[in-house]
Design a protein around this ligand. Structure first.
Ligand code: NAD
Ligand code: NAD
Lengths: 212, 212
C-alpha cells in the first residue's frame, strides 16, 4: 500500500519531469527534482521507492523513462470520468474551469485532457434537466444510475456542509472510487473509497506569513 | 530567507500541533509530526531549522511552545485583511466560504477567524456598489484606494485568465504583499510580492491513481 501523502505528491513530480523534458534534459537527479518540488532529495528517493525501480541512483533518473512511469501511475493516458455533485457557485466555477480551461494556451495549466467532467448533479429543480456546455445536470437521486452508465470513477462534492455526508454515502454505494470533497466536514466512507479534502484557507494561511 | 515551500507546510504543521494539543500531548516528536503530515522526520527537522530553535531534539518538541511559535510565524492572532478580485462563480463561492464558514461546528475546518475578507472588486456594473453579507463590492479601478483604506495585505485573484496579469500589476502597485491566484496563468510581479497559485486539477490528478 502506498501512503496517500506520497500519491498526492506524484502529480507534482510529473509536472517537474515534464518541465525537465521540455528543457531537453536527458537525466535528472533527486536533488534537481527536490529543488523543483521543494523537498529534500531523501524525501524524493523515499517517495519513489514505493513504486519500484525508477532509475539508477548513481547518475540520476532517465527523464523519458521517469515521465512514462509517472504517467502510467497517474493513468494520464486513460479516460477518467468525473462527476460533479452540487452545481452552485463552486460547482459552476469548477465546471467552467475543467470544461473550458484545457483550451488555455499555457501547457502548465489546464486540466489534463483525460479527466473529463461528464455529468453534474443537483437538487435544485430550476437547473436539473438542463446542461452546461453539453454536460447534463441530473437530479442527485439518479447518481447511482448515471455513475454506472457514464463509468464515473471520481466525484467532486460541492454541496453545503450539512448535505455532504449523505452524498458521500450515495457515492460509496454507487461504487465511486475517489472523492474530492470541498465541504468543511470530515466524511465517513468505507476504506475502499479514497477521500481528498481541499481547503483554500490553508493556502491563505501560509500567505499570511508574508504580510509582515 | 525561508524557502516558500517550507512556509506552505507551516499551516499543516500548525494543524498537526493543534491536534496533539487537543489530545493533551505534552511533547511531540518529529516522527509523530511526520506521520501526521506525511513527511519524513528529517524533512520536519529540516523545515523547523529555518525558524530557529523550536525545542530539544532529544525528547521532542514541547507542544504548547511549538504551537505558540507556529501561531506567531503565521500571524494567527493578528487581523489580516483579504481582498477578493473577481466576484463571479469562484469569487462568490470563496466569499460564501470565508465569510460564512467559520460558523462551522468543526474546529478542523473553517477559515481562521483573523483572516477577514473585507472587500471584493469587479468590473460588472450590475454588482459594483452592492454588498455580500456586509462585504462591499467596489469597482476594480478603486483597488489601490481601498487596499490602503482597509489595510488589505492579501488579494485573491478570481478573474478570467486574460485579465489576471493586469490585476496582479495593480495589486503590486497598491502595495499588496501576497496574492492567491486561481487564474491559470503565471503572473509576473516584483520580488517583494509573493504569489501562490492554486490548482484543483492537481488534486483530481492524484485521485486518478485510485481509480484502478
Ligand atoms: N474548501 C474550500 O476552500 C471551499 C471554498 C469554497 C466553497 N467551499 C464549500 O463548497 C460547498 C459549496 O459551496 P457553494 O458556494 O457553491 O454553495 P452553493 O449554496 O452556492 O451551492 C450548493 C449547491 O448544492 C446543491 N445541493 C444542495 N444539496 C444537495 C444535495 N443533497 N445533492 C446535490 N446537490 C445539492 C444546491 O442546490 C446548490 O446548487 C460548500 O460546502 C462550501 O463550504 C469550500
Ligand atoms: N485553479 C483552479 O483550480 C480553478 C478553479 C475554478 C476556477 N478557476 C479560475 O478562476 C477564475 C474565475 O473563474 P469563474 O468561474 O469565477 O469565472 P466567472 O467568469 O464566473 O467570474 C469572473 C469575474 O471576474 C470579473 N472580472 C473580469 N475582469 C475583471 C477585472 N479586470 N477586474 C475585476 N474583475 C473582473 C467578471 O466580471 C466576473 O464577475 C478563472 O480564471 C478560472 O479559470 C480556477
Amino acid at each position: 500500500r502506498i501512503p496517500d501523502v506520497v500519491v498526492r505528491r506524484m502529480p507534482l513530480y510529473l509536472r517537474a519531469v515534464e518541465d525537465f523534458a521540455r528543457r531537453e534534459h536527458e537525466v535528472v537527479s533527486s536533488q534537481e527534482l527536490g529543488d523543483w518540488t521543494g523537498l529534500t532529495p531523501a524525501q524524493v528517493r523515499k517517495d519513489f521507492t514505493f513504486f519500484g525501480e525508477f532509475g539508477k541512483q548513481g547518475i540520476g533518473y532517465n527523464v523519458k523513462f521517469l515521465r512514462q512511469q509517472l504517467r502510467e501511475i497517474l493513468r494520464i493516458s486513460e479516460n477518467v470520468h468525473v462527476g460533479l455533485v452540487g452545481f452552485g457557485n463552486l460547482g459552476r466555477a469548477l465546471a467552467h474551469y475543467l470544461i473550458d480551461s484545457h483550451v488555455t494556451d499555457n501547457p502548465e495549466f489546464g486540466s489534463p485532457d483525460k479527466l473529463r467532467v461528464t455529468a453534474a448533479f443537483d437538487v435544485d429543480e430550476s437547473i436539473v434537466g438542463t446542461d452546461y456546455r453539453g454536460m447534463p445536470i441530473f437530479h442527485v437521486d439518479r447518481l447511482s444510475e448515471i455513475v454506472h452508465e457514464h463509468g464515473i470513477k471520481i466525484i467532486v462534492i460541492a454541496v453545503p456542509a450539512r448535505h455532504a455526508q449523505a452524498v458521500a454515502t450515495k457515492c460509496a454505494e454507487a461504487g465511486v472510487k475517489a472523492i474530492l470533497n470541498f465541504a468543511p466536514v470530515t466524511l465517513n466512507v468505507p476504506d475502499e473509497v479514497k477521500v481528498h479534502h481541499t481547503d483554500l484557507t490553508l493556502e491563505l494561511q501560509s500567505l499570511a506569513f508574508y504580510t509582515a
